[in-house]
Design a protein around this ligand. Sequence first.
Ligand SMILES: [Zn+2]
Length: 175
Amino acid sequence: MPSRNLKGMHPLALYKIPFTGLKTGKHEFQIDVDQEFFTHFPESEIEDANGVVDVVLNYSETNMVLHLKMNLSWKVPCGRCLEELHFDLQSYERIAIQYGEETEIGDDLWILGKNEIELDLSQTILEMAHLARPSNQVHDNESDCDPRMLAFFKSDSNEKSNKTIDPRWDALKNL
Ligand SMILES: [Zn+2]
């Protein structure tokens, strides 16, 4: 369960950048990402990752450009032996932002409607982290996996398949 912020602040407020009143020019921010961030997204396939996103915002009254540089360390159990693995999630995004009638959030172009006052980066950060995951979340070599766990899973799945491929017992029970 997401923990409640004692100050009464929205838990994802840290991932929003208010832009009204900014001076024209370059603004730099650093956003911390931790395990709690991912608890706000039930669909997240990442549970435990930590690190920072460096944000550069080029602001003007007619348009903005956002640069996001992500550098997270992700802890995830190996898909074969469950031993904890660490992967770097590194990613870069450039997003152009324009003003319009209706808000439309695209991959690299955002149109902001007249009532928008802040840039919500939470969904973008979530997507960047997921896209940066390696395709194989296992030890590089099976020989690096924990041999006891591999043996355990093998015997477990043999037992299960023996049970399912022997229907004779069920037939006897019905006699
Ligand atoms: Zn492994």
